[in-house]
Design a binder for this molecule. Structure first.
Ligand SMILES: NC(=O)C1=CN([C@@H]2O[C@H](COP(=O)(O)OP(=O)(O)OC[C@H]3O[C@@H](n4cnc5c(N)ncnc54)[C@H](OP(=O)(O)O)[C@@H]3O)[C@@H](O)[C@H]2O)[C@@H](O)CC1
Ligand SMILES: [K+]
Length: 458
């Protein structure tokens, strides 16, 4: 599990550890990890031209000490101080002693920029002087210290100019901004340097392959199809029959014993998935709404009558009348969530964590907000982010496959929070496998799911 803590949690854990360590030891650890990551990024240190952007706090201190270490390994290191009178004194002395120099501004194009403008002490977007400096550096790759400067660390929001990093080197634990978009997009690849912090439960987590493997429903030796669970799909319509096929494809990957289908695309579903039973009957979970058109409200009523857990997708979200009497997973994209909360889509995209949490609280259901980093928010405040999945996954029908897959996990006995986060992870991993760096279609994602599960269980 990858854990992302809040600034307050990090500061408390750091204070507790610092009280037991020699002064400055944590910063030395952080700086050593940072210097190592810069060398790894460049593939060398000797002769490399490194420019440090140094702010007023300890984030700048990390950059200065790392710069000293790089200068000691033969790099040419220059530092621009954004607040010369407040730059970290120890770090500055170390840089100078190692042969690094303070310069008024960039004099030539460096090989890499180290962004030590601001870390967990930041407020709002970059200030004008810092913003102009960063803009002036154009396409030079940036290694960000702890967080890309200018992003909101606890919410993942971006409210002004900010650094776009190729790599972010963070310390002690991940922060929310490393997992939640749009800030996560500004981080590039994230490296964690362990500081040995003793941390409480995290605000946001991200499942890793081992977590997903442990939660995969695996049949008992004595299992038969009904003990493994039956998932029902009420999706598709005359207008969108393909959604039924894709939703069924996501459900029929072998993670449950049986799939039922009820809707307006019987013949097509039967022709493409002969193993699926067409017609109502007993199920352990229903998936409702993908491509459901105007029939989605009726489909939701009928599914609710069975009293089993539900996945609500697409048109069923518009028909949702909260609170629901059964456990449920809602799977909106940003536009659908915006309609559910009566806000603009751009507001949801700018504050994905805030809106996912708000919806989970308001509707009393687990809410899966689809995006580059999908978020799964529980009404109790827990959030899981999915960080796997290529951009090629942004394709028509992929959401139908996801809804079906999550429904099959619900029917197999996972609760909505686990079903949403495991389903989203498997969906992203299957897309990565199907894509292999190239384009894909939604059906390819469903087809790759058994392969991904097999690799996890091997
Ligand atoms: N604690 C530890 O043990 C360890 C901490 N570590 C490191 O310390 C970092 C936290 O350091 P920190 O607390 O000094 O805050 P920091 O992020 O440097 O920023 C504060 C300064 O930034 C300024 N500023 C604010 N907003 C701004 C903006 N938008 N644009 C521009 N400037 C802005 C603000 O200036 P002021 O408002 O005072 O003018 C303030 O003075 C942490 O991220 C990690 O890197 C590691 O070494 C591991 C051990
Ligand atoms: K930074």
């Amino acid at each position: 599990m990858r854990s992302a803590h809040t600034v307050e949690q990090v500061r408390a854990a750091e204070a507790e550890l610092m009280a037991r360590m020699p002064e400055g030891a944590l910063m030395q650890r952080a700086a050593a990890g940072l210097a190592y990551a810069v060398v790894e990024f460049l593939g060398r240190s000797y002769g490399a031209r490194v420019l440090l952007l140094v702010g007023a706090g300890n984030n700048g201190g990390d950059a200065l000490y790392a710069g000293a270490m790089l200068a000691g390994r033969g790099a040419g290191v220059e530092a621009v101080l954004l607040a010369p009178e407040h730059a970290h004194a120890g770090g500055l002395a170390a840089l100078r002693a190692a042969g690094g120099r303070v310069v008024p501004g960039p004099r030539s194009t460096p090989d890499v920029v180290v962004d030590g403008i601001v870390g967990i002490g930041g407020q709002g977007g970059l200030r004008p002087e810092a913003a102009a400096l960063v803009a002036g550096l154009g396409d030079v790759p940036v290694v960000a210290v702890d967080t890309p400067s200018g992003v909101d660390v606890d919410t993942g929001r971006i409210e002004g100019p900010h650094v776009q990093a190729a790599v972010t080197v963070t310390f002690g634990t991940h922060k929310v901004a490393h997992l939640v978009d749009p800030a996560a997009r500004a981080c590039g690849a994230v490296h964690l340097v362990d500081l040995g912090l003793d941390l409480p439960p995290a605000a946001v987590t991200a499942l890793q392959a081992g977590d997903v493997t442990a939660m995969l429903p695996v049949p008992e030796p004595t299992a038969h199809k009904y003990t493994r669970g039956v998932v029902g799909v009420r999706a598709g319509s005359q207008t969108y029959p393909g959604a039924a096929v894709l939703c069924v494809a996501g459900a029929a990957t072998g993670l449950v014993g049986m799939v039922r289908y009820v809707g307006g695309a019987d013949d097509l579903v039967h022709a493409t998935h002969p193993e699926v039973v067409v017609g109502a009957g007993q199920v352990q979970a229903w998936v409702v709404g993908s491509g459901g058109g105007e029939g989605a409200a009726a489909a939701l009523r009928e599914a609710l009558a069975d009293g089993v857990p539900l996945v609500l997708d697409a048109d069923a979200l518009a028909a949702l009348d909260a609170p629901l009497p059964v456990p449920a997973l809602l799977t909106p994209h940003a536009g659908e969530l915006a309609r559910m909360l009566d806000v603009d889509r751009t507001e949801v995209e700018a504050d994905q964590l805030g809106h996912a949490r708000k919806a989970a609280d308001r509707f009393g259901c687990v809410v899966l907000l689809k995006g580059r980093h999908t978020l799964v928010a529980h009404p109790d405040g827990r959030v899981r982010a999915t960080t796997v999945g290529p951009p090629w996954l942004a394709t028509a029908g992929a959401g139908d496959v996801l809804a079906g897959l999550c429904g099959s996990l619900l029917a197999a006995g996972l609760d909505p929070f686990d079903a949403g986060s495991v389903g989203s992870w498997l969906h992203g991993a299957a897309a990565a496998a199907a894509s292999a760096g190239g384009p894909l279609q939604a059906g390819d994602v469903a087809a790759a799911l058994p392969r991904v599960c097999r690799a996890l269980l091997a």
